[in-house]
Every structure is written in C-alpha cells, then in structure tokens.
Design a protein around this ligand. Structure first.
Ligand code: NAD
Ligand code: UDP
Length: 343
C-alpha cells in the first residue's frame, strides 16, 4: 500500500511542484493550506497534470481542532511542512504575524502529528539560517549565523525547536532541508511562482519585466566583492528541489533521526549572470538599472550539496538555462499567474 503524506502549504510554489514528484514516486497525499499566499487553482492544475483528484482542506494549521479532525480522517505516514509566511521585508513590518504563523503553526502541527502517532517530518528551512556564511561553499557543518529579520529568525528557531523534540523523543525522524534559491517552474508551464503584488525575489521580478508588467529590473548593488559586482546565489530549479523532498522521505523511511541537508546546486551565479542567461535563452530583453544595495543582503551564498548526494542520492539535474526557460514558459503562458481562473 502506498504511503500517505500530509503536505502543509501544498497549494504554494514549492508545495505544488512537490505534489507532482510525490505522485511520480508513488505516494498518496493530502493537502492542508489556508490559501493565505496561494490559490486553489494551483491544485486544480496539479490534479490535471497527475490525472487524479487531490484531497484538500482549506484550513489554517494553527487550528488544532480542524487538524485533529483531518488527521483522524486521514492517518498519515509523514508530513512535509511547507506552510509558512516567507516575505523577508514584510516580516520586518509584521513580526507578530510571522512569529504567530510560523512558530505557532509548527507547534500545533507537531502536537497533532504526535497525537496521531506520526513522528516523521520534513521541514522547509532556508540557507538564511547561515546568516553571512562563515565559509563558501556552505556545508551543513557551517555554523548558523545571525538572522537579520523575523522570517529568518522563525526558520532558525524552528530548527532548534525541532532538534530538541527529536532529541527528547528519538522515535521522531525529522529532516531539516535548507533550501538555497528556488526558481523556475514545472516544464508543463501550468504551475509556477505566483507572487502577490511587487515581487521581492529576483526571478519573478525578471519574468514580470519580460512580460511587460514592469518597466525594468532594479539590481541591488554592483559593488559587491564578486566577479561582476552583483550578488551571487545558488539558484536551484524548483523541480529539483521538489525531488529533494522525495529523497528525504526515503531517509525518514530508513529511520534517520535528525538530519540536515542543503538543497542547492553547488554553483554560484550572479544577478547579472541570471539576467544575461534569461535574455539569451528566451530572446527577451530585460532592461535594468543599478540601485543601492538592499539592506540585509550578503555578497555570496552557495552550497556544498554533497551530503545530500552521499546520503540521499539526490543531486540537482537542471542547469541555469533550464531554470530560465521554464520560468519564462510559466510566465508567458500565465501573464497574470493563476488570477484568470474561472472556478
Ligand atoms: P508559498 O507562500 O508559495 O507557499 C506556502 C504556502 O503555505 C502557501 O500556499 C500559503 O497559503 C500556505 N500557508 C501559510 N501559512 C499557513 C497556515 N498558517 N496554514 C495553512 N497554510 C498556510 O511559499 P514557497 O515558496 O512555496 O515556500 C514553501 C516553504 O519553503 C515556506 O516555509 C518557505 O518559508 C520555505 N522556503 C522558501 C524559499 C523560497 O525562496 N521560495 C526559500 C527557503 C525556504
Ligand atoms: N535582487 C535584485 N533585484 C530584485 C530582487 C533581488 O537585484 O528585484 C538580488 C538580491 O539583491 C540578491 C539576489 O537578487 O543579490 C537574490 O535575491 P532574492 O530576493 O531573490 O533571494 P535571497 O537570496 O535574498 O533570498
């Protein structure tokens, strides 16, 4: 019998891509999402791609009564926990909302999982926990750094909380996945990143310039100590990232206890590298202007992903050109994201 996975935040960007990879790997799943940062349409589209309905509950994970009911109805083998608020800038102006949603949400979720006898969890963490990294490329042994915003604090603190829970009760298998910079979209062009309002992140900004929704990209600084002065990041195709979760499930099935993995490609590209590659691959101009540095940004951040390869057999397959191709394929086919859905 196939295993059933509870996917919190499954209507979101990374969650929706992960549903497809779970399906491809033979897993069943149920989705809980309160749609605070997503639309139901993403789930309809995933359902179309995989050819089956998706059990979905529009519920806030902080609602213990509802979570209890859902888990009573659907015994699950593991949980992949994406649900959370993720906008760095917004977290500075709304710290309480971020701490409440991300921290309390995880506490309620973990309590309910435990109550229902499921002690297997994969948590969406972030390279942001490394702060200004002590070493590049970043291995999992690299000490955690100072997070400069409430969003990053929630990731870092939740890593500690989950580590303590696993230490106190070794029956728990908990995998902390530290994502680098997910971009791109499913090659079908049917699902992708759909930010509200002005995008905070680089790739959705680029694609909105490409599609004519914004006149130009602002590049935050060209005086960093990098090969062209712009920030360097480890961009990873969202489908590769999604597959990383399937690999992490196999670690849980082997009884991994607490495990931490970087999910990145190990390759650093600059902001300008990404802009130029996008223009070349898609033959679309991206006008840009150099702006001041964005407060809190670091010069360079890329992973050493070899632990995930050695222990999970997972390795990113897609390169920067495919990331640019698929991001554009999604945006040009859906200039207004999921907005035009007529459900
Ligand atoms: P997303 O906003 O697209 O998806 C998160 C989903 O969680 C959304 O569908 C939202 O509606 C849902 N959600 C939020 N709070 C909820 C709650 N209390 N109850 C139920 N549902 C709730 O974001 P994403 O990019 O898919 O990110 C998924 C996870 O990965 C997040 O935890 C995020 O912090 C983390 N992460 C993302 C990135 C990135 O660059 N996208 C990088 C590192 C870590
Ligand atoms: N960036 C930029 N213009 C934008 C958005 C981002 O120049 O409109 C730069 C940012 O300064 C950083 C890189 O792109 O060097 C990646 O930023 P993003 O917000 O996508 O991810 P982060 O690495 O900050 O999590």
């Amino acid at each position: 019998m196939s295993k059933t996975i509870l996917v919190t935040g499954g209507a979101g960007y990374i969650g929706s891509h992960t549903l497809i990879e779970l399906h491809n790997a033979g897993y069943d799943f149920i989705v809980v999402d309160n749609l605070v940062n997503s639309q139901k349409e993403s789930l309809y589209r995933v359902a179309k791609i995989i050819g089956r309905n998706i059990p979905f509950y529009e519920v806030d994970i902080r609602d213990a009564v509802a979570m209890d009911e859902i888990l009573t109805l659907h015994p699950v083998d593991a949980c992949i926990h994406f649900a959370g608020l993720k906008a760095v800038g917004e977290s500075v102006s709304k710290p309480l909302e971020y701490y409440s949603n991300n921290m309390t949400g995880t506490f309620v979720l973990v309590e309910q999982l435990r109550k229902h006898g499921c002690k297997n969890l994969i948590f969406s963490s972030s390279a942001t926990v490394y702060g200004n990294p002590a070493q590049i490329p970043i291995t999992e042994n690299c000490p955690k750094g100072q997070c400069t915003n409430p969003y990053g604090q929630t990731k870092s603190m939740l890593e500690e909380v989950l580590t303590d829970i696993q230490k106190a009760d070794p029956q728990w298998n908990i995998v902390l996945l530290r994502y680098f910079n997910p971009i791109g979209a499913h090659p079908s062009g049917q699902i992708g990143e759909n930010p509200n309002g002005i995008p905070n992140n680089l790739m959705p900004y680029i694609t909105q310039v490409a599609v004519g929704k914004r006149p130009e990209l602002g590049i935050f600084g060209n005086d960093y100590d990098t090969h062209d002065g712009t920030g360097v990041r480890d961009f990873i195709h969202v489908v590769d990232l999604a597959r990383g979760h399937v690999s992490a499930l196999s670690a849980i099935e082997r009884g991994c206890g607490l495990a931490i993995y970087n999910l990145g490609t190990g390759q650093g590209y600059s902001v300008l590298d990404l802009v130029k590659t996008f223009e070349r691959v898609n033959r679309v101009p991206i006008p840009y202007r150099i702006l001041d540095r964005r407060p809190g940004d670091i010069a360079t951040c890329y992973s050493n992903p070899s632990k995930a390869f050695e222990e999970l057999g997972w390795k990113a397959q897609y390169g920067i050109e495919e990331m640019c191709r698929d991001a554009w394929n999604w945006q040009k086919n859906n200039p207004n994201g999921y907005e035009q859905a007529d459900y």
